[in-house]
Design a protein. Structure first.
Length: 116
């Protein structure tokens, strides 16, 4: 199983970024996918998740209305569109695939820094 995130970077407050996670090594369309983040000195927190077929999504209260999770099961990718970014969104963002008894997998993370 391999999860590779991309798209992080430095952005000004109010700006946007689009994170992508390319998945391989498992039947992508069978599993819920999640984005987590971890800010310095804080615990890792769930940001958003999306059902296996993409019809159901859920978000942390702190990002509702600003972030959108989506997936393309033909391309084995999950995306996090982040708009109206705030300084408190600064964190390392991780893609996650919980394959239940087959294991719980993480990408290497991508840094998002929101600063003027």
């Amino acid at each position: 199983v391999r999860l590779v995130e991309s798209g992080g970077g430095l952005v000004q407050p109010g700006g946007s970024l689009r994170l992508s996670c390319a998945a391989s090594g498992f039947t992508f369309g069978n599993y819920v996918m999640r984005w987590y983040r971890q800010a310095p000195g804080k615990a890792r927190e769930l940001v958003a998740d999306i059902s296996s077929a993409g019809g159901m999504t859920a978000y942390a209260d702190s990002v509702k209305g600003r972030f959108t999770i989506s997936r393309d099961n033909a391309k084995n990718t999950v995306t996090l569109q982040m708009n109206s970014l705030k300084a408190e969104d600064t964190a390392v963002y991780y893609c996650n695939a919980d394959l239940r008894r087959a294991g719980n997998y993480w990408g290497q993370g991508t840094q998002v820094t929101v600063s003027s």
